[in-house]
Design a protein around this ligand. Structure first.
Ligand code: BES
Ligand code: MN
Ligand code: ZN
Length: 533
């Protein structure tokens, strides 16, 4: 059923972040600074070394001071810049009045930005890039030497360019606007000065893919649920997959008879569920080459809790309960854009957990895909039901080498780890190591949690194969018991579960993380796929 306002934001899903380009040359010589095409020049500063109270100028900072005829180090100190990653100082240079005054910076960009880069590690440079984006929003073109330090290996230089570009593009995001037609403060094009070559170009391309994926997740998650029902999500997936040349299959309620979990969760809503699959096969694919990675994402387009209804404050953010599905979709699109060497399939079980005459009830027993029966105790634990169907179906029909699910699954995960880490569950040591490493590299961090066998009693039922939530609250570990439930549906696959209930949302803009929907997960999984052997 199409909803009123359905076109309000739909056509703008799939935005592209601003351009990042590479240019040779230096601050001393670059014509980009003198041809009137650039609005701002940004150069790095690092914290003072031990026992030295002066800021340390980074690559191009001394050259900028010379070209502008300004003591930048002294300005930085007067502004009390510490050089920490994310510190930023914007110097708005005056223009002369009348023709008799000639300023030393005549003809040069009149905005100079000093950006703290800390120790210059990738995570520092992501923060520096993010700070630069926030400081230069609304400008046309920004030229920077951030990350272009001379003393680096080729791989360090590529990582630095990638980090600066990624931080810049992630923080350049502004939420999809419903109230206005265009964002009048569009972010600027970023020019990375002093870098060229295929390696840097590839690094910047990867940064753009990662940021595009994150923007997509944020836009989908931000879209309100009077627009975003399962049908709408499936339409976005179909359109974006068609545009990328990927195979997409949309199954509706008539095709989902065996999917007892998805049907039950969606039964209370006027907007019936969908199951979407999007598959990417690399151009170089031959049977036996590469792996098949299947990513299942929780796609609850709104979570009222169902008959076990949420209290009102807890319900407010629940339009973002489809973040896992958005992550799965953005990841397969990003994998195609990056030319990942493995097959990737995104599986999106989409349903709205609402209250209606046909709602499923606490006490019901559902038959899931594959025949496992599940006794329902709380209709607000809907995520594990749609995931269980999708995981069992993926195991039975897609023959994955690696099966990963990603979901805003439990408030308990947020209580345990806060909002900066995803809870990672897996008994596959290689998968754990790879996902932890991808988390550290991408900045979307994961923490390996235990699948505690002794807590299995939480999902034991007297009348069905399983109960989906513990009735005895003394067991605790709500994120763990949810993972234990899911484990019953993955067969013998190498499987990992990512509970992103914490990091999927943020209460403030912070470095590369945006307020509201953060898009957490797509960059992590793209990094995992890029590095997978
Ligand atoms: N979507 C929620 C989990 C959630 C909570 C995500 C807060 C983001 C922020 C999930 O469907 C849910 O309601 N989980 C319940 C499970 C409980 C009923 C066993 C929870 O965590 O309270
Ligand atoms: Mn719920
Ligand atoms: Zn939910």
């Amino acid at each position: 059923m199409a909803r009123s306002g359905g076109s309000a934001t739909g056509s703008r899903i799939g935005r592209t972040p601003p351009a990042v380009t590479l240019a040779g040359g230096t601050i001393a010589s670059s014509a980009l600074l003198a041809d009137g095409s650039t609005d701002a020049v940004a150069v790095p500063v690092a914290p003072a070394r031990d026992g030295d109270d002066a800021l340390v100028p980074g690559e191009g900072t001394a050259a900028a001071a010379a070209r502008y005829g300004i003591d930048l180090a002294e300005i930085g100190e007067r502004a009390r810049l510490a050089g920490k990653p994310g510190d930023v100082y914007v110097l708005q240079l005056p223009r002369p009045v009348g023709s008799s005054v000639v300023l030393p910076w005549a003809g040069l960009p009149t905005t100079l930005v000093l950006v703290g880069v800390g120790a210059g590690r990738p995570e520092d440079l992501r923060r520096a890039g993010a700070a630069l984006a926030r400081a230069t929003r609304g400008l046309g073109r920004v030229v920077t030497t951030l990350g272009a330090e001379a003393q680096q290996t080729a791989s360090q230089a590529a990582a630095a360019a990638r980090a600066v570009a990624e931080g810049y593009l992630l923080a350049a995001y502004s939420p999809l606007q419903i109230k206005v037609k265009d964002d009048t403060r569009a972010p600027a094009e970023l020019v990375l000065l002093g870098r060229d070559g295929t390696r840097a170009a590839a690094a910047v391309a990867a940064a753009r893919t990662a940021a595009t994926a994150t923007w997509l997740v944020r836009d989908l998650a931000t879209t309100p649920s009077n627009v975003k029902n399962p049908e709408w999500m499936a339409e976005q997936a179909r359109r974006l997959s068609d545009e990328a040349g990927l195979e997409v299959v949309v199954r509706g309620p008539r095709d989902l008879g065996e999917f007892g979990g998805i049907l039950a969760v969606g039964a209370g809503s006027m907007s019936p569920p969908r199951l979407v699959t999007v598959s990417y096969t690399p151009a170089t694919f031959t049977p036996g080459s590469g792996k098949h990675v299947v990513i299942v994402g929780k796609g609850i387009t709104y979570d009222t809790g169902g008959l076990s209804i949420k209290q009102s404050d807890a319900m407010v953010p629940m339009k973002t309960d489809m973040t896992g599905a958005a992550v799965a979709l953005a990841t397969v699109l990003g994998a195609a854009a990056d030319g990942v060497k493995h097959r990737v399939t995104a599986v999106l079980p989409l349903a709205e957990n609402h209250v209606g005459a046909d709602s499923y009830r606490p006490g019901d027993v559902l038959t899931m895909f594959g025949g496992t029966t599940v006794e329902i105790a709380n209709t607000d634990a809907e995520g594990r039901l749609v995931l269980a169907d999708a995981l069992a179906w993926a195991d039975a029909t897609l023959d994955p080498d690696v099966l990963i699910d990603v979901a805003t699954l439990t408030g308990a995960a947020t209580i345990g780890l806060g909002k900066q880490y995803a809870a990672l569950y897996s008994s596959d040591a290689v998968l754990v190591a790879d996902l932890v490493a991808a988390g550290a590299d991408s900045g979307e961090r994961t923490w390996h949690m235990p699948l505690v066998d002794e807590y299995e009693e939480a999902v034991r039922s007297d009348i069905a194969h399983l109960r989906h939530v513990p009735v005895d609250k003394k067991i605790g570990g709500g994120s763990i018991t949810a993972a234990l439930f899911l484990r019953h549906f993955v067969g013998s696959r190498a499987w990992a579960h990512l509970d992103i209930a914490g990091p999927a949302r943020s209460t403030s803009d912070r470095h590369e993380v945006s307020e509201g929907a953060t898009g957490f997960g797509a960059r992590l999984l793209l990094r995992y796929l890029d590095d997978l052997r």
